[in-house]
Design a protein around this ligand. Structure first.
Ligand SMILES: [Zn+2]
Length: 103
């Protein structure tokens, strides 16, 4: 594994600041351009897969389930293993999960 374009990926990850604060997907990859608020405006915090009409699509989704989903999504995008690991690792740092205490 000598020629993995790790630098390119890491640089891209750094540049993608506008991320969904639920799954970590860069909003630029969201075909809808972001989730929607209750008034129909676009959310700048969450993607359309996580958020619609001012609420999470799956409010009961657990953190580990989201991490699993992120790994699957990154696999579909043919991301190398270290990017998948990095993205899954990042999920708990996103706003949706940081503020959530265990019920
Ligand atoms: Zn999302």
């Amino acid at each position: 594994m000598s020629n993995f374009p790790m630098k390119k990926w890491m640089r891209q990850l750094e540049l993608e600041r506008n991320r969904c604060q639920s799954c970590g997907m860069p909003l630029q990859f969201d075909p809808e351009g972001g989730g929607t608020e209750a008034d129909g405006s676009h959310s700048t915090c969450y993607c359309s897969y996580c958020y619609a009409g001012g609420q999470f699509r799956e409010p009961e989704l657990a953190l580990d389930a989201m991490q699993h989903r992120v790994r699957q999504l990154m696999r579909q995008r043919n991301a190398p293993w270290y990017v998948r690991a990095y993205m899954a690792h990042r999920v708990p740092t996103l706003a949706r999960w940081r503020g959530c205490k265990k019920r």
